[in-house]
Design a protein around this ligand. Structure first.
Ligand code: SPV
Ligand code: MG
Length: 431
């Protein structure tokens, strides 16, 4: 009896899968590798059914003789362990983001003379509709909201990119890149006060009010599934903050980060070039406590952002404040810095980690952009936020286009740097 291996990332089994499974069973004994949550997140989307349930469904399909768990996106380890004669797959992965995985499967199988067998992948309209339904289900506020806390408690490192409207959010939602052995993507969306103000042509001074910020959030919620972390500025008046916590929680935001400043807020990256006032520990703790009291669910998180390094008050002040904020109920801390060198952030993280082994730490490497995520993780950082990069890259491109049309008296030169009309009119599909 020949040994046949198939790998499943999906939690929706449809006739297309059954067709391929039936063909696989004609070749020999079928072993199915059910991909781990981590692998599914990298290749498909956040799984809707837990691993144990996916295993149960697949174990009960006719033609499946054995089920194993495939931990990684790449098949190397599991294939070398099982040494199947055939790997069976739909032909849909030849030209999509899985093409590199496919190439490796062929390479590894060749080590013992195994072969990849592909069958046409079919998917009916009903299945596409079902996938839409699942997609919509993962946008339901309570499912989306809970996902960030779950990812953190499962020990994942979270990579976050800013979005300031529906289109930029779609970029964060769908960006995927095969880097070496891994499929890299973003885990959550940051709604920055700087970018949400800048896109409206306003300064980052809490002038764009919460009603307007919620409109931005809703625009983003409408077209994405990933968890949302809101930059909540100072959180405003305690009574307002409590109200806003409930609204954010209700619409499906996962976390709000509030900073320990008071009075007219200015962007942190100005540092002491402008007047910025830090809140007292007591008042800020009161705000954190009030926010936590207002929250209705366990999974909505409030992170406390400490501005001590921004205001040159030193590591001891930052440490004392962050410890107090956590004691007041903050679900995590964010320590901001405007230095080019990450040393002060890393030193703080080392110290904080010793006394707070499980409290999530958020870092925003805007000025210290030479640091690799890996280095931040090694010092205990759980969440890395790229806070403003989409708007910072879009603005110069738009400005250049505007100037090019002026310079040439026509748009042909500008068009060379624009996406094609064919691409823009099909960029957003009809529902
Ligand atoms: C933001 O993105 O609005 C932030 C981070 O608060 S920073 O601009 O660096 O202060
Ligand atoms: Mg901000």
């Amino acid at each position: 009896m020949k040994k046949v291996y198939m790998s499943f990332a999906t939690d929706i089994i449809h006739p297309g899968h059954i067709n391929i499974l039936t063909k696989a069973a004609e070749l020999g004994e079928v072993i199915v590798g059910v991909q781990s949550d981590e692998a599914v997140m990298k290749t498909l989307r956040y799984p809707l059914l837990p691993l144990a349930e996916r295993v149960k469904v697949i174990r009960n399909l006719r033609g499946v003789s054995q089920v194993v768990v495939q931990q990684e996106v790449f098949y190397d380890n599991i294939l070398r362990e099982l040494k199947p004669d055939y790997v069976v797959h739909g032909d849909d992965w030849r030209n999509n983001h899985l093409a590199k995985i496919r190439a490796r499967v062929i390479e590894v199988l060749a080590e013992w003379g195994g072969r990849l067998v592909e069958y046409p992948y079919t998917r009916t309209e009903g299945v596409t509709e079902l996938e839409h339904l699942f997609y919509e289900r993962s946008c339901v506020p309570e499912i989306r909201r809970a996902r960030l806390k779950k990812l953190l408690s499962d020990g994942y490192h979270i990579r976050v990119l800013e979005a300031h409207n529906g289109l930029s959010a779609l970029i964060v939602e769908h960006a995927r890149k095969m880097v070496g052995e891994e499929v890299e993507q973003y885990d959550a969306i940051w709604i920055s006060s700087l970018c949400d103000s800048t896109i409206k042509g306003k300064p980052d001074i809490e002038l764009v009010d919460m009603t307007s910020r919620i409109k931005t959030i809703e625009e983003i919620l409408e077209v994405t599934t990933k968890p949302i972390i809101l930059d909540g500025d100072t959180g405003g008046q305690i009574e307002h903050f409590q109200y806003n916590v409930r609204t954010l929680e209700r619409i499906g935001v996962s976390a709000v980060i509030i900073e320990d400043k008071t009075g007219l807020k200015k962007n942190s990256l100005f540092g002491n070039d402008v007047l910025q006032q830090q809140d007292t520990i007591e008042d800020f703790c009161r705000k954190i406590k009030a926010g936590k009291m207002a929250a209705r669910t366990e999974d909505f998180m409030i992170f406390a952002r400490c501005e001590s390094l921004i205001l040159d008050r030193g590591e001891d002040d930052a440490y004392d404040r962050c410890s107090a904020y956590v004691a007041a109920g903050a679900d995590g801390i964010m320590l901001h810095s405007r230095k080019k060198d990450p040393a002060e952030v890393l030193a703080f993280c080392d110290r904080f980690r010793k006394t707070h082994p499980d409290v999530p730490i958020v870092a925003v490497p805007t000025t210290y952009d030479g640091v690799y995520e890996k280095e931040l993780h090694e010092h205990g950082v759980n969440v890395v936020i790229y806070a403003n990069h989409l708007i910072r890259s879009a603005f110069p491109a738009m400005q250049q286009t505007a100037e090019s049309i002026l310079a040439h008296g026509r748009s042909m030169e500008a068009s060379q740097n624009c996406m094609s009309i064919a691409d823009i009119i099909t960029l957003i599909p009809d529902v």
